[in-house]
Design a protein around this ligand. Structure first.
Ligand code: GUN
Length: 293
């Protein structure tokens, strides 16, 4: 069994980004710049955004963290996005999701200039991805593709089963795996809450991507011998014995499933770290596009 190590893989990707960034700064005399917006103080979102900012610094990017109170008026947020769209020193913009209920996520995403949408959530980028055109790919599925590439996991002609159909992970993941790409060309089945015979479908998977957000959902009796298992889940589960009062759990029951898998991502230490790698690659691409690179 191969452990698909997000720490090792993301470090390798980040090292390449860092080297390229140094050369680009030298050539263009400007530093790649990511602006991240955080509304409210949701614990998980705080952690993710802090990690994004820290990783920007590690590869030599500038980052700006813009914070708003949870009860901010939608228009103030939209005005800030417009300001960042017009700021020539900003290459990438991300608004951490989820947003408070009184703010329309759709409106927020559509306000971001698609050329700065390093999350790849804008309908223009989502549409381009579907058509196989160059676009920003949402960071988590992008990170999974980088992981498959790093470990040279053969995907052509394989049956990939994706559990979950979110715009952030499941849907773009299914599109990438079915696309004519070096680590694509799978036959893809996408499952969701209305799929009746989920276990039977999962048992047919050569590659199983769990992205439904239910800790320990995928058990060994749902997995074929030798399958590649990608666990996208990162749920905080209360645990009084843990230092922070919670533990991070994946969607896969790792201890039992790892015996059957040919390769599997751990949680933590798997896909979560690759999401950051995907975001950094998108931010660098946004910067390069300014120079028609
Ligand atoms: N919330 C959960 N995942 C993501 C992500 O990849 N980007 C943003 N902006 N918000 C998220």
């Amino acid at each position: 069994m191969i452990l698909l190590d997000g720490k090792v893989t993301s470090a390798a990707v980040k090292e390449n980004i860092k080297k390229e960034t140094l050369l680009l700064i030298d050539a263009y005399k400007r530093v790649p710049h990511l602006a991240a917006i955080l509304v409210g103080n949701n614990g998980a979102s705080e952690t993710y955004v802090a990690s994004k900012v820290k990783n920007c610094e590690e590869v030599g990017f500038k980052s700006s963290l813009i914070r708003f109170d949870v009860d901010i008026a939608e228009q103030i947020l939209l005005d800030k996005i417009i300001e960042l769209n017009n700021d020539l020193s900003v290459d990438g913009i991300l608004v951490q999701l989820p947003l408070p209920k009184h703010i329309s996520e759709g409106k927020v995403i559509e306000t971001i200039n698609a050329a700065k949408d390093v999350d790849g959530f804008h309908p223009i980028n989502a549409g381009k991805l579907v058509q196989g055109l160059p676009s920003f790919v949402p960071a988590t599925p992008y990170g999974v593709m980088l992981m498959l590439e790093h470990y040279n996991i053969q995907t052509k002609g394989k049956h990939a089963v994706v559990i979950g159909r979110s715009n952030i992970v499941g849907r773009p993941m299914s599109i990438l795996l079915s696309s004519n790409l070096p680590y694509g060309n799978c036959t893809v089945t996408i499952c969701h809450s209305h799929t009746p015979n989920l276990k039977e479908i999962c048992l047919q998977a050569d590659i199983l991507i769990a992205a439904l957000g239910k800790p320990g959902f995928v058990k060994q009796d749902m997995v074929k011998d030798g399958a590649v298992i990608i666990d996208v889940g990162i749920t905080r589960v209360v645990d009084e014995t843990a230092k922070r009062g919670f533990r991070i759990k994946g969607d896969v029951a790792f201890d039992e499933v790892s015996h059957k898998a040919s390769a599997i991502t751990p949680v933590p230490g798997g896909v979560g770290l690759m999401t950051i790698a995907g975001l950094l690659k998108n931010t660098l691409q946004a910067y390069k596009s300014n120079y028609e690179l």
